[in-house]
Write a protein that binds this ligand. Structure first.
Ligand code: PDD
Length: 282
């Protein structure tokens, strides 16, 4: 696997960073995950816009302009073998003596990118859906920043894995925010419900695509806060992310969601999503 680190492409085994990197010491950095279908990055401009939002949120200057990022991304895709890939972009505040305050004067940021093969969810998961657990959302109040400091997300996601499930649905102050590593939609009486993008959730690129698809296809939908009891009483629950695309959650906390199998909203949206994006059609 060929990766990019601070201006150079190299085999992953040769990529090294100093232990005083603030990403390692403090989790002081941000990241992006960009799907690539048939060697074409999907929604690159939107991912780069969100990266800029995250960098702004942590007061770190963007090390590259849009065209430069696009060139680096194209180069990384070309140097890796898979037709479908997911790219990981990671920027930290650089290497400095350990001090919580920003290095002054600023030091060069660390810029790392890697690519992995993107495997769309297998047929069994599409046919059967996935299980989820619920948990209180105990993360910070800037979940709109795609921060590399993911310890709460790691611990929350592990709750799902410990229960033999795929995702943890997060509840804060009586409302559903998102998943530990995905956005969550609910469906009630044929209407798709999406929580509003605010500081309590990551503004998902796949989330946007699903809402655009719903709009274009005339699927009833509403963006509003979703109460916890609406989640537990939903006809369907869906999760979305760049790597999982759209999946049905068919069990929550060991109880069936709706009929306990992927429903009509999932089937419709999943098909439209495939027509729209994967295999580079977007
Ligand atoms: N995570 N919410 C959280 C907390 C996430 O970590 C992710 C994606 C999403 C979905 O965003 P998008 O549709 O833009 O992928 C929502 C990525 C895939 C990850 O951390 O690997």
């Amino acid at each position: 696997m060929t990766v990019y680190l601070n201006g150079q492409f190299m085999p992953i085994a040769e990529a090294r960073i100093p232990v005083l990197d603030r990403g390692f010491i403090f989790g002081d950095g941000v990241y992006e995950v960009i799907p690539v279908y048939s060697r074409r990055p999907f929604r690159l401009a939107e991912h780069l816009r969100r990266l800029q939002h995250s960098l702004h949120g942590i007061r770190l200057q963007n090390p590259h302009g849009g065209e430069e990022w696009a060139r680096l991304v194209a180069d990384l895709v070309a140097r890796n073998a898979a037709e479908d890939q997911y790219l990981y972009l990671h920027i930290t505040r650089g290497v400095a003596k350990r001090d919580h305050a920003f290095p002054n004067p600023p030091v060069a940021p660390t810029v790392f990118m890697m690519s992995n093969p993107l495997l769309s969810p297998p047929a069994e998961l599409l046919a059967g859906g996935v299980g989820a657990v619920s948990a209180p959302d105990n993360r910070w109040l800037r979940c709109d920043i795609k921060a590399i400091a993911l310890l709460p997300n790691v611990l929350l996601r592990q709750l799902a894995v410990d229960a033999g499930c795929t995702e943890t649905v997060l509840i804060r102050d009586g409302f559903m925010t998102e998943g530990a590593a995905s956005n969550i939609f609910a469906v009630k009486n044929g209407k798709l419900l999406a929580p509003p993008k605010d500081h309590l959730m990551l503004p998902g690129i796949t989330y946007d695509v699903v809402l655009e698809i719903a709009q274009a296809a005339g699927i009833p939908h509403e963006v509003r806060k979703i109460a916890a009891d609406e989640v537990f009483g939903a006809d369907e629950l869906l999760l979305t992310s760049s790597t999982k695309e759209v999946l049905a959650i068919t069990a929550l906390d060991g109880k069936p969601v709706g009929a306990g199998k992927p429903g009509a909203m999932f089937a419709g949206l999943h098909k439209l999503y495939q027509d729209f994006s994967p295999s580079g059609r977007g």
